[in-house]
Design a protein around this ligand. Structure first.
Ligand SMILES: [Zn+2]
Length: 166
């Protein structure tokens, strides 16, 4: 879906849009089990420096295989979005403190390009979807604290290993 962020920001538009995880190639590659709808709610505005700001949420419920016990658990993800559109890497550094910069120069852009990085950021917490309730019968990491959250890449590698793909 193509949109014009600056035009939407000028009119303080709110967009509600349901996409599929298959619209996000990197996200789909990181999700082990099936396609799910992704519900986006995006609020556009201009800040005092005339930058486009986008705040909102992305909600989806992928079926995640727990890397500890290997059960597949539907897991609700609600990822907060706080994006600032910038024109250069230098400007990106300036806004990094208060928002996630997305570098973009043209008028129109894909909604996917806008939010995919943030969706990926929501994934690490899925490593053990039922968290402290996990009975972990197959775990070999008995000394690991329950709040430990591996990064997304090592989770994917773990899953591949468990599925014999490595
Ligand atoms: Zn588990």
């Amino acid at each position: 879906m193509e949109l014009d962020p600056r035009d939407l920001a000028r009119s303080n538009s709110v967009i509600q849009q349901t996409l599929s995880s298959s619209d996000f190639p990197r996200l789909e590659a990181a999700l082990p089990a099936g396609r799910v709808p992704i519900v986006l709610c995006l609020k556009f505005s201009l800040d005092e420096n005339d930058r486009v700001r986008i705040e909102g949420t992305a909600e989806f419920t992928p079926a995640i295989e727990c890397h500890r016990c290997l059960r597949v658990v539907p897991t609700r993800v609600s990822q907060g979005l706080n994006i600032c559109i910038v024109r250069s890497g230098k400007e990106a550094d300036e806004v990094m403190e208060f928002a996630d910069p997305v570098i973009h120069a043209d008028r129109m852009m894909d909604i996917q390009a806008l939010v995919e990085d943030d969706l990926l950021l929501g994934l690490p917490r899925l490593a053990a979807p039922h968290g402290v309730e996990c009975s972990s019968p197959r775990s070999t990491e008995s000394g690991v604290r329950p709040d430990r959250q591996p990064d997304a890449l090592s989770t994917v590698l773990d899953l591949k290993e468990q599925m014999g793909l490595k």
